[in-house]
Design a protein around this ligand. Sequence first.
Ligand SMILES: Cc1ncc(COP(=O)(O)O)c(C=O)c1O
Length: 423
Amino acid sequence: MIDTTLNPHVIGRGASPTLAINERTKALAARGRDVYRLGFGQSPFPVPARVVESLRANAAAKDYDPSRGLPELRDAVAGWFRRRGVEAHADNVVIGPGSKELIFLVQLARNSELLLPSPSWVSYAPQAGVLGLPVTWIPTDMEGRWSPTPEALAHACATPPTRPRLLLLNSPSNPTGVSLRGPQLAALAEVARQHRVLVLSDEIYGELDHAGAHVSMASHYPEGTIVTGGLSKWCGAGGWRLGTALFPPGLRWLQEAVVGLASETYSTAAAPIQRAAITAYAGGDDLDLYVVRSRRIMAALGQAVTRRLTDARVHVASPDGGFYLFPEFGHYREALAQRDITTGSELCERLLEDTGVALLPGAPFGRPVAELSARLSYVDFDGAAALDAVASSAEGPVDDAFLQRHCGRVLEGATRIGAWLRG
Ligand SMILES: Cc1ncc(COP(=O)(O)O)c(C=O)c1O
């Protein structure tokens, strides 16, 4: 029974589907099933040793820090951005317990329509829904590498022309693994500027662009872009809960509103974590090497999985960064229909039952229910061992033999998908 005092925006909302698949695969594994965990997407890599050491050294830090974040950390984050060619000052940085929370507070603080490319990460639209904010999906397609075009953005901004809007971009993307490159960002920036649309650019996978070629939307639209990120992906520290937001100086009113909301909700990010994060954002040769090695492994593995899927006649955009692929199984629509599989979620259910391979269906990412698409996370391997192997090979090649040895379960998962489709 639903209590009538439940907020109507909250009724019917379950747990985030990414967390739900994690629970489900854990339960199957606990029952002795061999599960290939290609559903949940957390970094396979350990937190770099020097950053862990810094956390240990700061374990006794116990006082509340300022709601906007520790000044030394905001300074380190600004320096990190400047080293990447993005104008930044500590005054414009806000620290929070994960970027997910900061994205939510930006949406809460600004009463605007959310523009989302389809597909987009699972939590953006539910956050808007909880706040009672309208969401408009911007269509994309496989042929266009799932990236929004300036024309589609302009169309979404056309009626009514004056409504406040927030465009959420995510590059490299979860769920597609595709990065937006300079000319695409420049063209989108032009439309956003014309229509006075603010951009929230979720760049949490930016460091993990496989070629190290990430470009921030803030380089193209500095006056209208809020950049979010954090330690969860490039530093392997999702459970530490540390996120960052960089605001343009001209959006101080919005930044201060977010800080006010922070002070009334979570108060501040955890004190020891903020101190360890200073070490992470200050950088150093060891951290650079850690990121370069992580990229090399993910780049090779992403391509190897893409090849296996493509060989099995699955449509998939080859990835530019991060941990994800967004395969589309339309080639098998008729064959699958004969097996009573007509939706992305039926496909994922049956694949898990029959092969032990866990994927997430495309629908929670904003795709049509009947589309046979899914998100695949290629992270089911021991990242610490893989990093050690790259180091002990004197930075030798990350080739098929390497991947078979260190990421064999991911490759086996991809092979099983192909065999299951053909069967
Ligand atoms: C695209 C994207 N944005 C944001 C987040 C949230 O990151 P955080 O751990 O900083 O809250 C994730 C985590 O999975 C993500 O994939």
